[in-house]
Design a protein. Structure first.
Length: 455
């Protein structure tokens, strides 16, 4: 959806927040999606600050009915049959910005205002539409508080979490605070996180909500072109989601929560197929036994090396002993897979393929990689799910989304069974994996129940 600011404004006011406050003015672009800061700067200022160029316009324009559909949930509800959608889980746009508002009060307040607004706006549409709650992630405590409120009190069945938190380097704590705007690291909740986020995953599982992530990555290096939004946009979501998935996987989150589903939205699945292969390849060569077997410097035959150096590099022979010297490393530090508990490469399939889901746009032909069991190790299928993205600039005609997805079948890239998984069974598994009653009272309840009974 594209949030309708006049509808949202009263809820912000009830939280004691103003759209004119600097904390929001620097985060919310002018209505339509262009970046206020970039447009107000001179070319010299843009170059000096490396201010990334955003989109000129981010929502539908060529078809006014589509723009209205993006803004007004009741109109979307009325058009669902025309769009070929039986049931929709609706994710925010402006809400993704709220998740990253630096000011603690405004971040939590805007997310709560948005959640309250959507809970009321979608209340009468629940048989065919359900909104997701925006869950800020700067600390586990704030995530837990909004989970409890949004799910426990407002009744949300689905959530979207920030995909990262920008944190300042501790080494720069006594420096100019403006430095942190440019010098920061990304906390992605798993490996090397500043906090233990396990209580968040545990509480989500108790509440019956699967976790979906979606955050923009423009502004992160290398997505800081000052002249081209296209440059900034291409592949940035995929790269952000890939680093998040690595953090969760290598941090052992999927091992500790073997029943929790995690989804990565809008980045496609090609990056996931590559990551899945890379994880297996790296584990096979860099698990602890392989390190001892093949990569321990103590294995080097120094006498043979000295002989070869004397023959082929005599001028360097005097310093040759430095070539095989490595600093000592504690045994526990050598095993980078310890948190995952992997004993064989097959375990990666269980911890990666079974737990991760991937939101793919309808016109992405590389979605077919998810179903290519001839290439994916161990004949795996990745859990690709169709995300329509109907409220954004990259969908010129909402009514053609399903047709574009079907083109993968027309071209022979996937078969009809894979198409059914893409548009129905994978999304059903994602949401019912933590809440078997997710689709109760909806128009797809009977179809989902039948699928679950046969699965």
């Amino acid at each position: 959806m594209a949030e309708h600011l006049p509808t949202l404004a009263p809820y912000l006011d009830q939280e004691g927040l103003s759209l004119d406050h600097p904390s929001l003015r620097r985060m919310i672009p002018p209505y339509g999606g262009s970046d206020r800061t970039w447009h107000s700067q001179t070319p010299r200022e843009r170059a000096a600050t490396r201010t990334p160029r955003g989109p000129w316009w981010g929502t539908p324009a060529g078809r006014t009915i589509d723009l209205a559909t993006a803004l007004f949930p009741e109109l979307l509800y009325e058009r669902l049959d025309e769009l070929g959608i039986d049931f929709g889980v609706v994710y925010p746009s402006l809400g993704l910005v709220f998740l990253h508002t630096p000011d603690d009060r405004y971040r939590r307040g805007t997310c709560r205002a948005l959640n309250r607004a959507n809970a009321e706006t979608f209340a009468g549409l629940a048989d065919r539409l359900t909104p997701v709650a925006a869950i800020p992630m700067h600390t586990p405590d704030e995530a837990l508080a909004e989970l409890d409120y949004a799910v426990g009190e407002l009744g949300f069945k689905a959530v979207v979490c920030a995909g990262y938190v920008q944190r300042p380097f501790a080494a720069l704590a006594d420096k100019d605070p403006d430095v942190s705007e440019y010098a920061f690291w990304l906390d992605q909740f798993g490996l090397d996180s500043a906090y233990d986020y396990d209580p968040v995953w545990a509480r989500a599982q108790e509440l019956g909500v699967s976790i979906a992530f979606h955050s923009g990555f423009i502004g992160m290096t290398p997505y800081r072109s000052i002249s081209s939004y296209v440059y900034n946009h291409i592949s940035m979501l995929a790269e952000g989601q890939q680093s998040l998935a690595k953090s969760l996987f290598l941090g052992g989150v999927t091992r500790r929560f073997p029943q929790m589903n995690f989804a990565f939205l809008e980045g496609g699945v090609a990056w996931a197929a590559s990551l899945y292969c890379d994880l297996i390849g790296h584990w096979e060569k860099r698990n602890l036994a392989a390190l001892r077997r093949n990569l321990d410097p103590a294995l080097v035959d120094r006498a043979l090396m000295a002989e070869m150096m004397s023959r082929y590099a005599p001028d360097a022979a005097a310093v040759g002993h430095h070539l095989t010297r490595r600093p000592p490393e504690p045994e526990e530090m050598l095993d980078e897979w310890a948190a995952c508990g992997i004993e064989s490469a097959h375990d990666i399939t269980r911890l990666f393929v079974d737990r991760f889901y991937f939101g793919c746009e309808a016109d992405d032909p590389l979605t077919s990689l998810a179903f290519n069991t001839n290439v994916n190790p161990f004949g795996a299928e990745l859990n690709a799910m169709m995300g329509s993205d109907i409220s954004h600039w990259d969908v010129p005609d909402m009514a053609e989304v399903l047709e574009e997805a079907w083109e993968m079948v027309d071209h022979g890239w996937i078969d009809e069974q894979a198409f059914t998984k893409f548009t129905f069974t994978n999304p059903a598994r994602f949401y019912t994996g933590t809440n078997p009653a997710f689709f109760k009272g909806t128009v797809v309840e009977q179809a989902v129940d039948q699928f679950l009974s046969e699965a």
